[in-house]
Design a protein around this ligand. Structure first.
Ligand SMILES: Cc1cc2nc3c(=O)[nH]c(=O)nc-3n(C[C@H](O)[C@H](O)[C@H](O)COP(=O)(O)OP(=O)(O)OC[C@H]3O[C@@H](n4cnc5c(N)ncnc54)[C@H](O)[C@@H]3O)c2cc1C
Length: 354
């Protein structure tokens, strides 16, 4: 197939370059989301083989920490379900957790350990894959804004862009938090909204944390359908040895401003788990827009709105984990190959049927 990638900015100039770059099974709910994550995680072996060191893959694992009785009491049952879905995990006593991460000096009832979760460099990977597509004969047009998806007699004809019409008999819409407006130009109503997330970067402190640390309340924040502010701790040392602290969730349109009170709330929450984090100097903060769909699952597949239109969006806070497997499923669908997992739960038309 002849493929063109069109982006109004640079490749990975949207949300993909703004996150922590974690590929996690530890925070996923058993079912379609975990199936996607588990297949997604295994595709990172292929990415590493293709791109080598530049993919920045560090298989450092993740610790879900439990400062409160409510999540800790339910954790053995959750791990049992994850294990039966093939995810390797175990519980740690507070002592074992502190041996693994000495900075966990706050209240702790226990932790769960996921050795295979990893961190990568999403912007570097996306750019390297775009270069690889060009090497294989594809075209990459950056700085070209898609104004609408051209549809005639129920079939896509291509894209109308700031550089003119680009003819195509297949279009994949993967415009992240900005996808709903473009979907509407092809007659598809996607209830997709940006969900803002803020991160704080602290001074360089090699080895402050060795693993990804996630407060168990994070899963509740992700699943919460409300639009109000949610704050729960995720923290880790980045590839360049800075401490990165998140995270927040809030639906307030396309607002990318940094709110100092949100940064302070995230640092306070992280300080309850790791008090010494409060001694590190704040080095910067930024916000990104997660593409959120009601119910939390992405939209992956074709739509009845227009023949030849494929949708790949709505990955919320897991687009790095779920992106490569989404691309694989879309490619298999377009090429008429059997999908490597059942795409039915991700049907983009599921919202119009309700
Ligand atoms: C703070 C934060 C932390 C995160 N951490 C993680 C994490 O650790 N792990 C994880 O898996 N996920 C994480 N995520 C989520 C993840 O970053 C997103 O799910 C993912 O980046 C979405 O990718 P995407 O390709 O759909 O969107 P984007 O990366 O935003 O790409 C969409 C592209 O479409 C282009 N575009 C939009 N409109 C148009 C148009 N009209 N014409 C042409 N081009 C257009 C944009 O320029 C952009 O390049 C995080 C998100 C945030 C905000």
């Amino acid at each position: 197939m002849r493929v063109s990638l069109v982006d109004r900015g640079e490749v990975s100039g949207g949300t993909t370059g703004l996150g922590e770059g974690n590929v996690l099974c530890s925070d996923k709910a058993p079912g379609p989301e975990l199936d996607l994550a588990a297949r997604g995680l295994s595709l990172y072996d292929e990415i590493e083989e293709l791109l080598g060191e530049s993919a920045g893959i560090r298989r450092k694992g993740a610790l879900i920490v439990h400062p409160g009785e409510d999540s800790w009491a339910a954790e053995p049952q959750r791990l049992e379900r994850l294990r039966s879905a093939g995810v390797e995990c175990s519980t740690l006593t507070p002592g074992d957790a502190r041996e693994a991460e000495p900075e966990l000096l706050g209240t702790l009832l226990g932790a769960s350990w996921f050795p295979h979760d990893l961190q990568c460099a999403p912007a570097a990977i996306a750019r390297a894959l775009a270069r690889e597509a060009e090497r294989l004969g594809g075209a990459v047009s950056t700085g070209a804004e898609v104004q609408s998806i051209a549809v005639r007699a129920g079939r896509v004809e291509g894209l109308d862009t700031s550089n003119g019409r680009l003819a195509a008999d297949t279009v994949v819409l993967a415009a992240g938090a900005w996808s709903a407006r473009l979907a509407r130009t092809a007659g598809l109503e996607l209830p997709l909204e940006p969900r803002k997330g803020q991160l704080v970067r602290l001074e360089r402190r090699p080895g402050f944390l060795r693993r990804k640390v996630i407060d168990a309340s994070y899963m509740r924040a992700v699943a919460d359908p409300g639009s109000g502010l949610q704050v729960s701790t995720v923290a880790e040392t980045t590839l360049d040895e800075h401490m990165l602290v998140g995270s927040s969730r809030e639906r307030r349109g396309f607002d990318l401003s940094v709110d100092p009170s949100v940064s302070e709330a995230m640092l306070r929450a992280a300080g309850r788990l790791m008090p010494r984090i409060r001694t590190l100097r704040v080095d910067g903060a930024w916000a990104g827009l997660r593409p959120w769909l009601p119910g939390g699952l992405p939209a992956i597949g074709t739509t009845a709105a227009a023949e030849g239109l494929w949708i790949a969006t709505g990955h919320e806070g897991a687009g790095v984990a779920h992106g490569p497997i989404t691309g694989r499923l879309i490619a298999q669908g377009i090429c008429g190959e059997p999908p490597e997992l059942d795409p039915a739960p991700f049907d983009p038309d599921r919202f119009s049927r309700n």
